[in-house]
Design a protein. Structure first.
Length: 750
């Protein structure tokens, strides 16, 4: 079927008009308005930008990925432009819904007019694919996964059983196994569909726990979003912190809230997860450039199976948005259908969007792309000369990288003045390296490389209290005499262990298998980095792909060798970023090592290995077997549940404390409560002291007791970035502090 340019523009005009009517009228019967507006925002702007750039000759779902990325970048531009209206003397609150809609529609009209002039005689060819019964089954089955995730999470939030979530995890594993078995009947099957649905289901496991924001960094992310929305102005003066420099968590959610009418929290919990779920699709599409579709599918499945993907990243929204652009940048870089000029444009667009979205990801990519460019220049000058290799025009050019670095310097260093984090990182790294045998924040370099040691958590807790005591001596606190807390001994505890459902011997065997599989996967990653060099020599991978993998490997080695970096940029995040590229060669290496086995049997074995890995990482196995710490995605207990799960009673007490603490007295709250205060406090700045130990509590300060503190007597601390539970001093507080607020779940003392 042929669709003319006039028809395309007609659809653009009609959909934009309908979008405007829905936004202005507030129509949202059965969430139809929200759904339509969200789909419109993700598709229509990006579609017409793609037509302007003439990105063609690529697969349908790769095109959808680009369109989504263009649409997000477009919204960032709309938001920045609307915010600039604040320079007008009569408009102190420019970033409101009306202004945003006007600017959006003006830009969209211009976009449509440009399309009309540039694509006047173009045609779009649409052909519906033929679907067999087997393919139909494999298409339909994963559509149940998000439904199971949504209903299962809500049931668990209401203290019901986790049966639906367990069925979901088993179903994903079974589905993956069936794909490996029936791969020959899926020759024209679009694996992008199940990959996206699996991804969104896994992300919902964590993001939909609680009716409120849940996580770690996401609480501060939510705070800067609320400040931007309430002020109707994005400004670093609102909150002079690097978080506020990320437009992905300030301007972007503000526009989504205005245009979709989705509740603030659910912009983060649902809409942004729907966007981020596209990243495994980009991993799959990228892998198909170099391998068969089953191997590419397993690469995406590996990417989704890590704990970082479905538990950490939903709590790091700014990084989710940056990863979307990173995946698209890689897709453009290694595409044979896109011209050199288009690649430079896409690299610039997605690179700039990364800078606007997340500072740390921008820092990592500055180092990565600078390293890659230098290596490619050396390779171009020397390898051709010594090895008589035919000259090749590399895709990764210095100019787009220079522009990327220059924009990062301007945005992070000059406009937002948020480069303090990177300066602090260099200072601490220097201290960690020069003090070779000295512990700096984490373990020393000597310990890490030569004499690794298992640390006693009780010792770490004592060191944490001692360090905090030295810090607090600089404050004007009046402390309690030692006699008031002589009976209290700070102790690391671990109450929440799942009951063991098998014998000790069987449990030991199962968890030994777990440890072995995890080690195998780590070895696979290492072999993947080694294998990429071998495959490059055999012309299986391009020089750019190889150099980028070497750069990521070097970064992982650096972050492991200099442990202070892992506190400032956790290794799990870099590991997940590396999987964009290294997941595929890791699978190719194990496939090569098993080459003596027929292909179908070999791939079945590899699939089983990855399924086992996923069932251990998502704690499906430990939930069945017991004897391990419960995970928040499947239980209403455990370390992370106690820390991050937010109850309505906690919000009520946080707001009450805001109103009562007019003198801005010190507030003592454990690390979990401190994070929640950052997200839901009515005060712009929240200053709470996270060490709730009797020897450190000020007499004239408040003490906040959260749900877990009150009901379970558990406090959360984090010595050297290791989350631990300790015995919260309830008896001391009852004896020495006045209970001034109590809503059964939480308490406030003074």
């Amino acid at each position: 079927m042929k669709i003319t340019n006039q028809k395309v523009l007609f659809v653009g005009v009609v959909t934009t008009l309908l979008f405007t009517i829905i936004v202005l009228s507030g129509f949202n019967f059965l969430f139809v308005g929200s759904t339509y507006s969200f789909i419109y925002l993700c598709i229509i702007p990006g579609f017409f930008i793609q037509r302007l750039l003439r990105v063609r000759g690529i697969s349908f779902f790769e095109l959808i990925a680009y369109i989504t990325g263009f649409s997000i970048a477009y919204l960032l531009i709309v938001g920045i432009s609307t915010n600039l209206l604040g320079f007008l003397p009569f408009m102190p609150r420019p970033l409101n819904m009306q202004n945003s809609l006007v600017v959006f529609n003006i830009y969209t009209i211009i976009l449509l007019l440009l399309n009309y002039r540039r694509e006047k005689n173009s045609l779009i060819y649409v052909a519906l694919p033929k679907v067999t019964f087997t393919q139909l089954f494999f298409y339909i089955m994963p559509f149940f996964f998000p439904i199971l995730a949504i209903i299962g999470a809500q049931l668990l939030n209401n203290n019901e059983v986790n049966m639906l979530l367990m069925i979901l995890l088993f179903s994903i594993a079974l589905y993956t196994l069936m794909i490996s078995i029936f791969i020959k009947k899926l020759e024209s099957f679009y694996f992008e569909v199940p990959i996206y649905l699996i991804a969104i289901s896994l992300l919902f496991l964590f993001s939909l726990r609680s009716s409120y924001i849940i996580g770690w960094d996401v609480y501060t992310e939510y705070r800067v979003f609320l400040l931007t929305e309430s002020q109707q102005l994005w400004s670093m003066a609102n909150y002079p912190d690097a978080y506020n420099a990320c437009l992905s968590i300030t301007i972007l959610p503000t526009l989504f809230h205005y245009f979709t009418k989705v509740d603030n929290a659910f912009v983060f919990k649902v809409l942004f997860q729907c966007l981020f779920a596209i990243t495994p699709v980009t991993v799959y599409v990228l892998a198909t450039r170099f391998a068969d579709r089953l191997t590419a599918f397993l690469s995406a499945f590996f990417f989704m199976s890590t704990l970082n993907f479905f538990r950490e990243l939903p709590a790091l929204v700014r990084q989710e948005i940056a990863y979307i652009f990173f995946g698209l940048l890689l897709l453009a870089l290694f595409s044979k259908q896109i011209t050199s000029l288009q690649k430079k444009i896409l690299f610039t667009v997605f690179g700039f969007s990364i800078v606007l979205s997340h500072y740390s990801t921008a820092y990592v990519l500055i180092a990565l792309f600078a390293f890659a460019c230098i290596c490619l220049i050396i390779y171009e000058k020397k390898a051709f000369k010594f090895f008589n290799v035919v000259e090749k025009d590399f895709t990764l050019k210095p100019l787009p990288v220079i522009l990327f670095i220059a924009f990062a310097i301007v945005w992070i260093g000059l406009i937002t003045n948020s480069s303090g984090n990177i300066i602090s990182t260099f200072t601490n790294v220097s201290a960690n390296i020069t003090n070779f045998g000295h512990e700096t924040l984490n373990t020393s370099l000597l310990d890490q490389l030569i004499f690794p040691k298992s640390e006693d958590y009780q010792v770490l807790l004592a060191e944490e209290i001692d360090d905090a005591s030295k810090e607090y001596n600089h404050y004007n606190f009046t402390y309690y005499p030692k006699s008031t807390y002589k009976g209290y001994v700070p102790t690391i505890i671990d109450k929440d262990i799942l009951p063991l459902h098998v014998s000790d011997q069987i449990g030991d065997i199962i968890y030994s298998a777990d440890n072995s599989i995890v080690k195998v996967m780590k070895i696979l990653i290492i072999l993947g980095f080694v294998g990429i060099a071998v495959l490059f020599c055999k012309k299986g991978f391009s020089a750019e792909y190889t150099v980028l993998c070497i750069g990521l490997a070097s970064a992982l080695i650096l972050i492991t060798s200099v442990p202070v970096i892992s506190l400032l940029y956790p290794i799990g995040r870099l590991y997940q970023q590396a999987l964009f590229l290294i997941a595929l060669p890791s699978i190719l290496v194990i496939s090569y090592l098993m080459r003596f086995i027929p292909y179908k049997s070999r791939m079945l074995c590899i699939t089983v290995l990855f399924i086992a890995y996923s069932l251990f990482t998502n704690t499906f196995i430990s939930q069945l077997v017991g004897g391990q710490d419960p995970e928040v995605i499947l239980n209403n207990s455990g370390l992370y549940y106690n820390e991050v799960y937010l109850h309505s009673s906690e919000i009520a007490s946080i707001h009450w404390l805001d109103a009562d603490n007019k003198e801005l007295l010190p507030v003592f709250a454990d690390i979990g409560s401190n994070e929640k205060m950052h997200g839901y406090s009515n005060n712009r700045y929240v200053a709470a002291y996270i060490h709730v130990f009797p020897s450190l509590i000020s007499k004239n300060g408040y003490v906040y007791s959260s749900y877990a503190n009150t009901h379970f007597g558990i406090g959360i601390t984090s010595p050297k970035d290791r989350r631990m539970e300790y015995n919260f001093p309830n008896e001391f507080l009852d004896s020495n502090k006045n209970l001034i607020y109590n809503n059964y779940d939480t308490r406030i003392y003074k």
